[in-house]
Design a protein around this ligand. Structure first.
Ligand SMILES: NC(=O)c1ccc[n+]([C@@H]2O[C@H](COP(=O)([O-])OP(=O)(O)OC[C@H]3O[C@@H](n4cnc5c(N)ncnc54)[C@H](OP(=O)(O)O)[C@@H]3O)[C@@H](O)[C@H]2O)c1
Length: 217
């Protein structure tokens, strides 16, 4: 059993990951920004913790992280503007890194994005900024001495898990069900020997358990 801080617990990936972590026997603290989200998170078996990433600094994140073994970051600004992208997708992971270091937490999981996203489409400055921000967050985490895992899914679909995955350090671009991202994250978290690795993820043919087992060196 691990005590896990889940940042982005109410998101498309996060709300699918939460019950998996609970079912696996973990204790989950679910960070959420709106008071009305607390009851549903508690009903799902988590301990809700209210906090807005736009307002939290590293000290507040450190206070939230205290006492946990693992931090999962699956929050995102979801294209809601440059300032929010910079703060949530950019500064959010940096605050997580600082909080993990200050709290003696080694294991952190970051949901990033495949760098090929948007290739072949008309350039969009907001999207370019988002991808640059995601990459900078990845680079900061890789430069840390934490036991990080970075997961880079392709385009996310609002669907439950199903149909297998393609999962490795480099794969062709594609889409992936949010439920499948949650399933992969849950399995990675329960395979702690996998650490300091970046993986790309799309829907595919291999069952999740088999795909994650194949990543163990
Ligand atoms: N969309 C794609 O195709 C795509 C592709 C690759 C990677 N990704 C990345 O995958 C990750 C998960 O995506 P998703 O679809 O699950 O995201 P999502 O549904 O938009 O969820 C985002 C989460 O972040 C939280 N959040 C947003 N602003 C916050 C704030 N100021 N303070 C605290 N929490 C805040 C949201 O809380 P609320 O419920 O309060 O909004 C929600 O829990 C993101 O990092 C995203 O960038 C997305």
């Amino acid at each position: 059993m691990s005590r896990i801080l889940l940042i982005g617990a109410t998101g498309g990936v996060g709300h699918r990951l939460l019950p998996r972590l609970i079912a696996a026997g973990h204790e989950v603290t679910a960070l959420h920004r709106k008071p009305e989200q607390a009851a549903e998170l508690r009903a799902a078996g988590a301990t809700p913790l209210q906090g807005d990433l736009m307002a939290m600094g590293a000290p507040e994140m450190t206070a939230a992280a205290k006492g946990h073994h693992v931090i999962v970051f699956s929050a995102g600004a979801a294209g809601s503007g440059l300032e929010r992208t910079a703060e949530i997708d950019g500064q959010g992971p940096l605050k997580m890194i600082a909080a993990a270091k200050a709290s003696g937490i080694a294991r952190v999981y970051l949901v990033s994005a495949m760098p090929e996203a948007g290739r072949g489409k008309d350039p969009n400055p907001n999207f370019e900024f988002y991808m640059k921000t995601k990459k900078e967050a990845d680079a900061a985490l890789v430069a840390s001495d934490l036991d990080w895992v970075i997961l880079r899914p392709g385009t996310l679909l609002h669907e439950e898990e199903g149909g297998g995955v393609r999962l490795s350090p480099a794969i062709p671009y594609g889409s992936v069900k949010r439920g499948t991202v949650a399933a992969v994250l849950a399995r990675l978290i329960d395979t702690p020997q996998i650490r300091r690795e970046i993986f790309e993820l799309t829907d595919g043919e291999t069952p999740v358990a088999e795909a994650v087992a194949a990543l163990v060196r």
